[in-house]
Design a protein around this ligand. Structure first.
Ligand SMILES: Cc1cc2nc3c(=O)[nH]c(=O)nc-3n(C[C@H](O)[C@H](O)[C@H](O)COP(=O)(O)OP(=O)(O)OC[C@H]3O[C@@H](n4cnc5c(N)ncnc54)[C@H](O)[C@@H]3O)c2cc1C
Length: 291
């Protein structure tokens, strides 16, 4: 399949990329790994007049931790999350998710920025970003904006990104002692998009009580869902089966999946309950220093 004609630009700086996006007044798209954009162009579901390839902009691919945050650059490849010791040891939720995204070819091309910017409710990384409390740093003609991940996702394929803005960095609060997280995904075949995915992040204090909780659901609503009430329920509780079972019931209550080739809606909803408990137990084990 051949996409419609488009102009191609390969800017050398973020500002140059933004100028081109701005000039096309909504008819240009950012090209990152191309693993989602090119298929939709080939299917003629998107017909941008121009593509702005951000892969030649220097210093846009990085994973680094500073005194306050973990910072991930937009063109960091999905596979870089798998290859990073820092991610495995301190932010394992991200390597859990990255390991199960598609296959090595797609992971080598697809970017973290593209995965979170696409706005597909079945992308795996958005739920992890919400559970971790990530902030997305955007830049456009009027300057920089910092958007908390839950506010970024507005509807299916609709995000807070303006057509002339670029996501350049994801900032995640630095991991603390007593923090553990996990992403659990149910898929039909290895490498498939999720039937359901659950991202859980817990901070367990020295008295053994949950101090903070992040919980988000993939592929069971029009967009990624933050399970706010379930998070509230967990805070102040011991990280045990009773607390996790109740949180899972609450999370199930907000899931609103549709029936499709990946399964009937009732099955997916039931799986939200099962996977939420699993993700919370795994996050708690990791918070206690387990694998
Ligand atoms: C066979 C296959 C299986 C897959 N399975 C999974 C899976 O299981 N789980 C999963 O999560 N994903 C899956 N994907 C999607 C894959 O992870 C994509 O790489 C990812 O969703 C998009 O990243 P990209 O870098 O390729 O973005 P692109 O395709 O280049 O762009 C996607 C969209 O985001 C915009 N965009 C990209 N980067 C930026 C930026 N920095 N700022 C602003 N806008 C930007 C583009 O304009 C476009 O609208 C699969 C893809 C394929 C082909």
């Amino acid at each position: 399949m051949i996409p419609p004609r488009f102009e191609y630009f390969a800017p050398a700086t973020i500002d140059e990329a933004i100028q081109i996006l701005d000039r096309f007044e909504g008819e240009a798209k950012v090209l990152a790994g191309g693993q989602s954009l090119l298929p939709v162009m080939k299917l003629r579901l998107a017909e941008p007049r121009a593509l702005v390839d951000i892969n030649r902009i220097p210093n846009l691919a990085f994973i680094r931790e500073d005194a306050k945050s973990l910072r991930i650059g937009a063109t960091t490849r999905t596979n870089d999350l798998n290859d990073s010791d820092l991610i495995h040891k301190r932010y394992p939720i991200l390597s859990d998710a990255a390991y199960e995204i598609a296959d090595p070819l797609v992971r080598n091309m697809g970017t973290v920025g593209g995965n979170v910017s696409h706005g597909d409710p079945a992308n795996d990384l958005p739920a992890c970003m919400i559970a971790l409390g990530a902030i997305f740093h955007l830049r456009g003609p009027k300057g920089n904006r910092a958007i908390p991940a839950p506010e970024f996702y507005q509807d299916t394929f609709v995000t807070a990104l303006a057509p002339n803005e670029l996501l350049h960095e994801i900032e995640i609060p630095k991991a603390k002692a007593g923090q553990g997280n996990a992403y659990v995904k149910l898929e039909k075949r290895v490498g498939d998009f999720p039937i359901v995915g659950i991202a859980a992040n817990l901070l367990i204090g020295s008295k053994g009580v949950i101090q903070a909780a992040g919980l988000a659901l993939t592929a069971v609503g029009p967009t990624v869902l933050k399970a706010v009430e379930a998070e509230r329920h967990l805070v102040g509780k011991a990280p045990d089966e009773a607390a996790f079972a109740r949180a899972s019931e609450i999370a199930k209550g907000i899931a609103n999946p549709t029936s499709d080739l990946r399964g009937p809606a009732e099955y997916k909803k039931a799986m939200v309950g099962v996977l939420t408990r699993r993700a919370l137990h795994r996050a708690a084990d990791r918070a206690r220093g387990g694998a």
